[in-house]
Design a binder for this molecule. Sequence first.
Ligand SMILES: [Fe+2]
Length: 237
Amino acid sequence: MNRLLFTDCHCHILPSLDDGATCLAESVLLARYQVKWGFRKAVCTSHRVRQYPNEPDQVKRTCSELQEELIRQEIPLDLTPSMEYRLIPETWPETLEKNWLLPWEGNHILIELPIHKASRIGDIVPEDEIKRLLDMGYQPVLAHPERYLYLDMERYHSLKDAGALFQRNIGSLEGLYGEAVSVRAEALLAEDMYDMQGTDLHNERYAMFFDRFGFRITAGGPVFEVNKECGTLIEPL
Ligand SMILES: [Fe+2]
């Protein structure tokens, strides 16, 4: 975990690929925030979902263009191209068929479940896919488990037992996604389920939320310096 301390392992700062940054200028702005908070590296996990069926070549190309721009502007953030793969019938089987997995350091692969509707997963069994990834030599990381309110604690344990690492979104506890997600994150934290954290940074609204609570990365981990009572600042994303 320490090795990854100064790495933001989940963000959507690549321009015009998904619901994250919409242009190069916005990407640079978000990268500046990441550096300000203390990150040295960012894994750029563009979505691969029905609305944004990104392909790895495109992600790699866009990532190197942004990296060049960061170097040009002397912003010290090392980027790694990767993706956040949603386990849904529209994109996941094709990802496997075409070998479109784009892992980051340690062969990690970020996967997510449908956020609101469990039924969108169709016939896919997440535990089977987690085991499949492990058999292929990857380490699956489940993005923001606290956001899947339709799961119960037994199912979280089942996903964990299958071999997934859990990644908490920074801000989940503080109310970035609303009270229910905050309560769920507390419960998962109490069960010691989390392995890593990431910003899931999409746009400046996230950055403003983090800034409001004085977010920064320290040698001891990510902290919010201002520990006041947090309410939902923005609509759940
Ligand atoms: Fe994400």
